[in-house]
Design a protein around this ligand. Structure first.
Ligand SMILES: [Zn+2]
Length: 285
């Protein structure tokens, strides 16, 4: 299956009522784990890279490797820059072969968010790169994104259609009470708000901060019909925890490939679990 952007993938998910996972990778091991999970589960998949990962792994290498791996699979594979806030990085990703980017203008007031998002969307669409915007301000902390609880702004359902139409984005991340990072305290999800947002439009809606939600909450969120849900923190944790476990259990072993393979399988197991919960398993057939 060729490397694709997110357009058809997310429209189809909305129409057929399942969710495509956006899984953040940090290196080759986690990338292969996500793609192998998609292959085994016959699921469409979106590989997410943070700005930090892009700068760490390079602009040319990442899309080249992902395109090569996608070409060897039967499932659609898209790639997205997660939470693009640096316009230079976003533009470089558009020029370097990312199939999708997220422009996160959510720290700005409504009109300014529209202006920045529209400008990036025009540049992206000229190269057939799809765009995810953010309306409202999602809380929590993840790499360069840090939003204190008093700064969280839940998405106004009345503004969703206007934002989507004026910016021409392809999908929209909304703030409905999920947050980045793990949930160390009780959380409150605004299901009514999500319901209203979904009623406003048949546009693909994205939910961030899905690591560590209780399975019944995940299922309830999914029942409203979002097209994409993001998992990042949990991947990082299973990656580090399985590295630690392997080294603790094999203190005298100096064969890196065995450790890499172990870690890859642990990450893969987590991603496959989410593909099953999201209902995307078997949808790439
Ligand atoms: Zn996010």
């Amino acid at each position: 299956m060729p490397y694709v952007n997110t357009r058809e993938m997310l429209i189809k998910a909305r129409q057929q009522k399942y969710v495509v996972g956006g899984f953040n990778i940090v290196n080759h091991t986690s990338l292969v784990a996500v793609i192998e999970a998609a292959k085994e589960n016959k699921s469409p998949v979106i590989i997410q890279t943070s700005q930090k990962t892009v700068e760490e792994l390079g602009y040319k290498v990442l899309p080249a490797v992902i395109k090569e791996l996608a070409g060897e699979t039967e499932v659609p594979v898209a790639m997205i820059l997660d939470h693009g806030t640096d316009l230079k990085i976003i533009k470089k990703c558009i020029d370097s072969g990312w199939s999708s980017i997220m422009i996160d203008g959510s720290a700005f007031p409504f009109e300014k968010n529209i202006e920045i998002t529209k400008r990036i969307t025009d540049a992206a669409h000229a190269k057939n790169v799809t765009v995810e915007g953010e309306l409202g301000h999602i809380g929590g902390k993840e790499e360069h994104i840090s939003v204190d609880s008093d700064k969280v702004l839940l998405t106004d359902p009345e503004k969703v259609l206007e934002f989507a139409e004026r910016t021409q984005i392809d999908s929209l991340a909304v703030a409905i009470g999920t947050k980045h990072g793990f949930y160390d305290t009780r959380y409150e999800l605004d299901f009514n708000r999500l319901g209203k947002i979904m009623d406003m439009t048949d546009f693909p809606i994205v939910i961030h901060g899905c690591s560590g939600l209780a399975e019944n909450d995940l299922k309830r969120l999914i029942s409203f019909g979002p097209s994409k849900m993001n998992i990042s923190t949990e991947i990082k944790h299973i990656y580090i925890d399985s590295c630690k476990k392997y080294i603790e259990e094999h203190p005298d072993e100096y064969e890196p490939v065995k450790k890499i393979s172990y870690v890859q399988h642990q990450v893969m197991g987590l991603v496959k679990k989410y593909m099953d919960i999201f209902g995307s398993s078997g949808k790439a057939l």
